[in-house]
Design a protein around this ligand. Structure first.
Ligand code: ATP
Ligand code: MN
Length: 337
């Protein structure tokens, strides 16, 4: 184990010491910067702050104007973690926030609105490892500007998510839609479709479900739309519920709370192969990749309108649709902390 507490900000030279175990990264004070967040890799909280400061030009555009949620792990990846979205207190006054009423309770939630390196680092200071984003901007919360598919392999094997991803790409191409894959940083695959603003959350979600149903109909041994876990077997679950008001997905370039500190990494479809190890793209290695071609460079030049899917779908798709609609609606997602 190469454990070097405090090495990050000590070696980088870009962070001035602001006090005992405090680093100043891009003008933001990071408390307890030498706290080890990944013991096996010797990655500290200060390292994560430096990582985000270095990658800000890539990640901030994905956070800008969007309500955020943070996955906070004040004691690092092995400690207690929780999702946090109501930032009514605990952040500097000048961090932009917006109040959104929770659909379920009607209570106001003070979301942080992304858009600057400073905001990002203020969240790291609060112990955030991962940054999660909504599919819409604050000015049009009910009109998403991307559609997201979250492919979750029940086997925990990325290879299965990659196979389902290629099927998804093919089915989207058949209806004239271009899509963009990224590693989740976990075992799954996320696929984004940039949207020309217009359709509301429900319309976008209905389209996503229809595509998921087509996947399940075409490859029933590989893909499932079953919201209930025990009905999935070994299949890849296509989660279309990321396309709903108040839901989030991890931001491209966010770090994940997993061994090796993987980063959710935009990919070219040619890279989505069963032998890809998503943890290859991590806090230590991603810099090299960023120096090369950005496979998502043109994403915002390809905002798309969703086509009306032709009626008269094949019967297998109809049956799968009926089956998934009979299962209970997805409950609140839980995550072992
Ligand atoms: P993996 O590839 O391991 O599935 P993931 O990021 O896709 O990684 P999921 O559990 O599939 O993880 O969740 C998808 C998204 O839903 C997350 O990226 C996150 O934004 C959101 N999410 C998951 N769990 C919670 C939670 N407990 N509270 C709030 N949002 C959550
Ligand atoms: Mn997932």
């Amino acid at each position: 184990m190469t454990r070097k507490p405090g090495s990050a900000h000590g070696q980088s030279g870009s962070a001035a010491r602001g006090g005992v175990d405090t680093a100043v990264v891009a003008g933001v004070t990071i408390k307890r910067a030498s706290k080890v967040w990944w013991p096996d890799e010797g990655i500290t909280k200060g390292d994560v702050a430096e990582f985000y400061a270095g990658i800000a030009a890539r990640i901030v555009p994905w956070m800008a104007h969007r309500p955020l949620a943070a996955e906070r792990c004040p004691d690092g990846m092995l400690g207690h973690c929780f999702f946090h979205k109501n930032f009514a207190s605990g952040l500097p006054e000048d961090v932009p926030r917006t109040t959104i009423r929770a659909k379920s309770t009607g209570r106001p939630v003070r979301y942080v609105v992304g858009g600057s390196k400073k905001t990002l680092l203020a969240m790291v200071n609060l112990g955030s490892i991962a940054i999660h984003v909504m599919n819409c901007r604050t000015e049009s919360l009910h009109r998403p500007d991307w559609l997201a598919f979250d492919l979750d392999p029940s086997t925990g094997r990325f290879a299965d998510a990659a196979r389902a991803g290629q099927l998804l790409r093919e089915i989207l191409e058949e209806v004239g839609i271009r899509s963009y894959p990224k590693t989740s940083g976990g075992r799954g695959l996320h696929v984004f479709v940039p949207l020309r603003a217009g359709p509301d959350q429900g319309t976008v979600r209905a389209f996503a479900r229809e595509i998921g149903d087509r996947m399940a109909a075409r490859s029933p041994e590989l893909v499932t739309m079953a919201a209930v876990k025990r009905r999935r077997g070994d299949r890849v679950y296509v989660d279309t519920m990321r396309n709903a008001f108040g839901q989030t997905i991890v931001a491209p370039y966010s770090v994940r709370r997993r061994p090796r500190a993987p980063v959710s990494t935009p990919l070219d479809w040619d890279e989505v192969t069963p032998d890809l190890d998503p943890a290859r793209f991590n806090v230590r290695t991603i810099g090299r990749r960023l120096a090369g071609i950005d496979p998502w460079a043109d994403i915002w030049r390809h905002r798309q309108a969703l086509p009306d899917l032709p009626p008269g779908r094949d019967e297998a798709a109809e049956t799968a649709l009926a089956r998934t609609r009979r299962t209970s609606r997805p409950s609140r997602r839980s995550r072992a902390a």
